[in-house]
Structure formats: structure tokens, C-alpha cells
Design a protein around this ligand. Structure first.
Ligand SMILES: *Cc1c(COP(=O)(O)O)cnc(C)c1O
Length: 385
């Protein structure tokens, strides 16, 4: 890239994507090789030695990920949870503590409480909007990481990234933001004071429901070195094909997020005030408690809409099983609309804990189909109630 301050889409399309010099191929080739010929022992051609340590396709993705998050270093992993696990291994030791949102993604909580807990890493879930409670939880232990999702999955709560960064830093902890729901097209946490951004690139960044992956992005060089070491030493890396698909998806993230946001706003407005609906959880609605904060730290409200139904669990289940444009499935962030019943699906792992999700709640990942068709689908599903 030769422009001085390239905009988001220019970075998404060009960072790490220089054409291949031998043939001029505009799309960099996909490198599957697990190993690299050496010109004499230790004579590496371009720093590449072995695929776990480095792969040009993965490097392209990492450069692109760093550029879109406004970070200096990015690391790509085989899944979002693999990225989270590697991050925690890189920075926390037995005896350290993690304070996380009490509405964190169920898989994150499962990893922290059930895998890392027995290794000696403690955790306290708290309401991230209650800053006094967050400060107290951070101070009560040897807190290494303050971990927040905003918007959160699936309750769509908005947390103040800049304020939480201050709370973390006062205590010598790092603020980690799981930026999966907003994506870097709508929110760049490092610019708001966060130390680490994590992603499930499976979702909006990949964007086409055809790849599982994760990422960590940071600015600090020392922190980057620790994460890079764990990526290499543990080896939870993304494979070349996965990295390639993620790169291809990321190039169109900006246009996709604009359409996801517009469609989700229309869906949220259509749902609002209907008798079957108890509550619509979407930060783009003025009555959402995080609306003003979302406006200040996001450049759009995203494609996720959660709904609580007046008819309780039965109504939620009936709607989930009656839609046809919305496919009933786990995951989110793809171009196609998906509906999910979190308490039995994505968040089944936190059932019965304080992170449990209401049983009358459905989470809609609003796709980029024609919005008239999306709303017509909801209309016919509501008629089935
Ligand atoms: C899906 C998800 C994860 C986990 O990512 P995987 O790619 O499924 O391992 C983490 N955080 C959030 C917010 C997610 O939605």
C-alpha cells in the first residue's frame, strides 16, 4: 500500500496481499508446504523453516488482521477458543485471576473455569456495566486479565471499553476485548485503550460460514513476543486453507457489516412493540440501555439481534423451528441469516450457572439477504404462534 493513511476497506483489501512477484498473480498463492528447502544448513530463503512456525498464507492473514484492528501484531489460530487459550497461557500463571463479564460467551467461560481453573487460574464473573463491582473484583485477587465482550453474546450488552481499560491498568492488569460481534469494521478496541483484541474469525471476519478460526491482535511488542512464542510452542495455528478463506472473507468485511447493520436495524424495528415480543435487545434501538455508549465507540450497531418472547420458552422454540430464511443453527456472522436458541445450543455449557441465558430468548444473526425476505420470514413464523 502506498497511500499514507489508508482507510479501513483499503487496509482490509491490500494489507499483506501484495501480488506475487514471479507471475504477477494478483491474489497471493496459497502455500500448503509444511517445510522449506534450505540453502545449506540454516540457510533459509525468506525466514521460512517449518509450517507451525511460519507459513506465508498465514502471515498474509496476520498482516491483514493487524491492519484492520489498528494493531502492530496479529496471530491466527485454529479457532477462537484456541486463540483465547494461547493468550491466557502466554500471560497468566497459576495463582493469577481473570475477571470476566457475567454474560461472556459460554465457551470462553467453559475454557476459563473448567480447563484453566484446575491449572490454578481463578475467575470472577461480574456485570461489566457496574464499574465499582469490576474494580472490586479486580482488586480482590491477583488479576492479570479483565475480559469483556461488547456487544455481548447473546445479551447484546454494551460495555465501556475506555473506562474498563482504565480500571484494568490501575491494577496492573490487561484489558482483553472479544471483538467478535462488532468486528473491526465497526469497533477497534486497541484505539480505545484495550491491550488485546481476540476474535472468533469463524464469525464476521470469515463471514461465509465455511471456516473455523481465531485471532489475537496486540500493539505491545513484549506481549506480542509472548503470544508468538505460545503460538509456535503449542501449535494451535490455523492451516493454510483456513487462513486463505479467512483472508478472502476479511476483504469484504466493510461492505458486509454495513448491510448486516442495516438489515438488523430494520428487523429490530419490526420486532419492537409487537405483542409476541417481551424485549428486543439491539444497541441500534434508542431505548437500548447501551445505545449512547455504542454510538460513541462503534461506527455501526452490527448484525446481531436477540429477542425475548412474551410466550416464554414455548414461543421461542416455536419461532426457531418455523423460520425458513433464518436457518436454525449454531454460529453467527455469515452472509446467511441464522437463528439460535442459546440456552440449549451455543450457551448450553453455562446452563445452571450464573451465566445462564433466559429460556425465552432467541438470537438472530441477521444475514445480508434482501431485508423484505428476512422480515417476511419472521412474519410467517410469528403467524405460527
Ligand atoms: C464463537 C465465539 C467464540 C469462540 O470461537 P470459536 O471459533 O467457536 O472457537 C468466542 N467468542 C465469541 C463472542 C464467539 O461468538
Amino acid at each position: 500500500m502506498s497511500t499514507e493513511n489508508p482507510g479501513f476497506n483499503t487496509r482490509a483489501i491490500h494489507a499483506g496481499q501484495a501480488f506475487e512477484p514471479r507471475t504477477g498473480a494478483v491474489v497471493p498463492p496459497l502455500h500448503f508446504s509444511s517445510t522449506y528447502a534450505q540453502d545449506g544448513i540454516g540457510g533459509l530463503r525468506d525466514g521460512y523453516e517449518y509450517g507451525r512456525g511460519g507459513n506465508p498464507t498465514r502471515d498474509s492473514l496476520q498482516e491483514q488482521l493487524a491492519a484492520v484492528e489498528g494493531g502492530a501484531h496479529a496471530y491466527s489460530f485454529g479457532s477462537g477458543l484456541a486463540a483465547e487459550d494461547s493468550l491466557i497461557r502466554a500471560v497468566a500463571r497459576p495463582g493469577d485471576h481473570i475477571v470476566l463479564g457475567n454474560d461472556a460467551y459460554g465457551g470462553t467461560y467453559r475454557l476459563i473455569s473448567r480447563v484453566l481453573g484446575p491449572w490454578g487460574i481463578g475467575n470472577t464473573p461480574v456485570d461489566m456495566s457496574d464499574h465499582d463491582a469490576v474494580r472490586a473484583a479486580v482488586a480482590a485477587n491477583q488479576t492479570r486479565l479483565l475480559w469483556v465482550e461488547t456487544p455481548s453474546n447473546p445479551l447484546m450488552k454494551i460495555s465501556d471499553i475506555a473506562a474498563l481499560a482504565e480500571i484494568a491498568h490501575e491494577a496492573g492488569a490487561l484489558l482483553v476485548v472479544d471483538n467478535t460481534f462488532a468486528s473491526p469494521a465497526l469497533q477497534q478496541p486497541l484505539s480505545l485503550g484495550a491491550d488485546v483484541v481476540v476474535h472468533s474469525t469463524t464469525k464476521y471476519i470469515g463471514g461465509h460460514s465455511d471456516v473455523v478460526g481465531g485471532a489475537i491482535v496486540v500493539n505491545d511488542a513484549e506481549l506480542a513476543e509472548k503470544i508468538g512464542f505460545v503460538q509456535f510452542a503449542v501449535g494451535a495455528v490455523s492451516g493454510p486453507m483456513d487462513a486463505f478463506l479467512t483472508t478472502r472473507g476479511l476483504k469484504t468485511l466493510g461492505v458486509r457489516m454495513a448491510k448486516h447493520s442495516a438489515n438488523a436495524q430494520a428487523v429490530a424495528e419490526w420486532l419492537t412493540g409487537r405483542p409476541e415480543v417481551e424485549k428486543v435487545l439491539y444497541p441500534g434501538l434508542p431505548e437500548h440501555p447501551g445505545h449512547e455508549l455504542a454510538k460513541s465507540q462503534m461506527s455501526g450497531f452490527g448484525g446481531m439481534v436477540s429477542v425475548q418472547f412474551a410466550g416464554g420458552e414455548a414461543a421461542a422454540r416455536k419461532i426457531a423451528e418455523s423460520t425458513t430464511v433464518f436457518t436454525l443453527a449454531e454460529s453467527l456472522g455469515g452472509i446467511e441469516s441464522l437463528v439460535n436458541y442459546p440456552s440449549e445450543m451455543t450457551h448450553a455449557s453455562v446452563k445452571g450457572t450464573e451465566l445462564a441465558v433466559p429460556v425465552n430468548l432467541l438470537r438472530f444473526s441477521v444475514g445480508i439477504e434482501d431485508v423484505e425476505d428476512i422480515i417476511a420470514d419472521l412474519e410467517q413464523a410469528f403467524a405460527a404462534l
